[in-house]
Ligand binder design. Structure first.
Ligand code: AP5
Length: 214
């Protein structure tokens, strides 16, 4: 199964993608995680990406599309994938369609998770991350031991772009550049809408049910 997760920053895409990936046994591909790994590794790409991410802007389309193309070439993507945070602009979506056509593959569902902007600011300012990719929230989804990942025991950290000013900029970027994709995938008959303000497990169940009923 090939799925795209769409939604504003903090809607719960990464949280849902981790569960869906484990349940459906297909890889979770997050362009944000790929950029953060490059930033951590100090690569040229990481340096470039950081200048955009820290400003709440999008990394240029050509750079992002190249990264996705090389990730999709890996063997684990053959049975399918969950794309989290890509595409994020209409040009990215058009290039992604072309890329998939070359691979002879099709997207089966676009999961659009919606949450109001004020909820998002609260969520992202309480988010805690683990280097293994798991995501927690100090109130809504706390780890069993404060500051420590339940699964790998690493110390949790706060993302550099989770400062209130940067969150507001990311929301602006979402409304200007990413939200037109809702209409794009609606017209293709692929869009499924979910209220991301419900409890995490409820949203997971609703998404899995809708995928089973396809
Ligand atoms: P990226 O890493 O993709 O960030 P994002 O889209 O801004 O999304 P987030 O990771 O912040 O939120 P999420 O929806 O995954 O929410 P989460 O599950 O963590 O991108 C970062 C940057 O990289 C971008 O700004 C851009 O610069 C660049 N980039 C990435 N892709 C790009 C692309 N395609 N093109 C160009 N540039 C790109 O949940 C948030 C919090 O809420 C957590 O604490 C969680 O525990 C909690 N939570 C989740 N669900 C619920 C719930 N139902 N109820 C209560 N709390 C919940």
């Amino acid at each position: 199964m090939r799925i795209i997760l769409l939604g504003p920053p903090g809607a719960g895409k990464g949280t849902q993608a981790a569960v869906l990936s484990a349940t459906l046994k297909i890889p979770h591909i997050s362009t944000g995680d790929i950029f953060r790994a490059h930033i951590k590794g100090g690569t040229d790409l990481g340096l470039l990406a950081k200048s955009y991410i820290d400003a709440g802007k999008l990394v240029p389309d050509d750079v992002t599309v190249d990264i996705v193309a090389s990730r999709l070439n890996e063997k684990d993507c053959e049975p399918g994938f969950i794309m989290d945070g890509f595409p994020r602009t209409i040009p990215q979506a058009l290039m992604f369609d072309e890329m998939l056509e070359k691979f002879g593959r099709k997207i089966e569902a676009v999961i659009n998770i919606t949450v109001d902007d004020d909820v998002i600011i609260n969520r992202l300012s309480g988010r805690r991350m683990c280097s293994c990719g798991r995501t927690y929230h100090i109130k809504n989804n706390p780890p069993k031991v404060e500051g420590i990942c339940d699964v790998c025991n690493n110390s949790l950290y706060i993302r550099d772009d989770d400062k209130e000013e940067t969150i507001k900029e990311r929301l602006k970027t979402y409304h200007q550049q990413t939200s037109p994709l809702v209409d794009y995938y609606q017209k293709k008959g692929l869009l499924k809408n979910f209220d991301g303000s419900k409890p995490i497990e409820v949203t997971t169940r609703e998404i899995l049910d809708s995928l089973q009923n396809k």
